[in-house]
Design a protein around this ligand. Structure first.
Ligand SMILES: *Cc1c(COP(=O)(O)O)cnc(C)c1O
Length: 333
């Protein structure tokens, strides 16, 4: 089966499973799990932050991040289509009484700072208190420019806000820019990272920030049910992923570029930004037939008027050849 729905569908490799089997464990709620501690120390080092925290999912990492930044009656400014506004079931509002202030993102996923400025509330009892700017990098596969991040960081310093990056796919951004994670993370206060996407781990996310911040995050993680016991088995997969699966993200990007080019040649309207996602425009009446056609050929994709194809470590160039051939056959049918 060829599964291009998301880079979350990867299965742990034999070598990753072996690392998990060999993991030394302890009770992480007591702080005793050496493998979790090693993963958190590695994440802190790579991001250039003082500390990091291992959590079960990216959604929980973002929730805990928001709970740390904002109290009840405070707000965060966030993209209208951002994951931690639109795709996390309203967790910050429901569980934290935190008000989101969504704004429309530019085409590259940046939140224009003049627009953000208009939404920062003055100190007035009518308004929620604006505390945080939350950005997403990568955004639909595109990388936020470092220059923008630098400006956004300086802007938040001037305006007394914190800056959080939802970096579920931040390593894709780092690899696409050819920089270390630290070069991006220096422009934020806190950062979340998913190990379970392009990095190929089965489970797990990280939240990085200052020592004091991560201490508070640890309590919110406990409260939201994310503190785990012999979690070193999962952390071992994360450590393996950080060691072996970062540099190879370039293969996914190259594969996505190759796929976009081939589909374009086949006469399909395609856009691809900087990393591992290709978006294909499909006429509405062809969406269902395309999905059925691919299903019959054991190819899975999120079919829609804009069909998203995501490359990842379980998708080889051969698999993409098969996909392109299937697509061409669909157009000729
Ligand atoms: C996937 C994703 C998340 C959430 O991660 P889960 O581990 O699926 O909860 C958060 N933000 C972005 C941008 C994502 O793509």
């Amino acid at each position: 089966m060829i599964d291009l729905r998301s880079d979350t569908v990867t299965r742990p490799s034999a070598a990753m499973l072996a690392a998990m089997m060999a993991a030394e464990t302890g009770d992480d709620v007591y702080g005793d799990d050496p493998t979790v501690n090693a993963l958190e120390a590695t994440a802190a080092r790579l991001s250039g932050k003082e500390a990091a925290l291992f959590l079960p999912s990216g959604t929980q990492a973002n929730l805990v991040a928001l709970l740390c930044h904002c109290q009840r009656g405070e707000e965060y400014i966030v993209g209208q289509l951002a994951h931690n506004y639109k795709y996390e079931a309203g967790g910050a509002a429901v569980l934290g009484s935190i008000q989101p202030q969504p704004v429309t993102a530019a085409a590259d996923g940046s939140l224009p700072l003049d627009v953000v400025a208009q939404f920062i509330k003055p100190d007035d009892m009518h308004f929620a208190i604006t505390k945080l700017l939350s950005l997403e990098n990568t955004w639909n596969g595109s990388v936020l420019p470092l220059r923008y991040l630098e400006e956004a960081y300086a802007f938040t310093r001037e305006r007394g806000l914190a800056l959080h990056i939802d970096g579920a796919r931040i390593f894709n951004a780092a690899v696409a820019l050819g920089v270390g994670l630290e070069e991006i993370a220096r422009y934020c206060d806190t950062l979340t990272i998913c190990l379970s996407k392009g990095l190929g781990a089965p489970v797990g996310s990280l939240l990085c920030g200052s020592t004091e911040y991560i201490k508070r995050a640890r309590r919110w993680r406990k409260m939201t049910g994310g503190a785990m016991r012999q979690a070193g088995i999962l952390a071992a997969a994360g450590l393996y992923a950080l060691e072996h699966n970062v540099v190879r993200l370039k293969d996914d990007h190259d594969n996505a570029a190759w796929l976009a080019e081939r589909l374009r040649e086949a006469g399909v309207e395609v856009s691809r930004q900087d990393t591992n996602m290709v978006f294909v425009r499909v006429p509405p009446e062809q969406v269902e037939p395309l999905a059925a056609w691919m299903r019959e050929r054991d190819i899975r994709l999120s079919a829609g008027p804009v069909t998203r194809l995501v490359t990842h470590l379980d998708i080889s160039r051969d698999a993409l050849e098969t996909l392109v051939a299937a697509w061409q056959a669909f157009l000729r049918r």
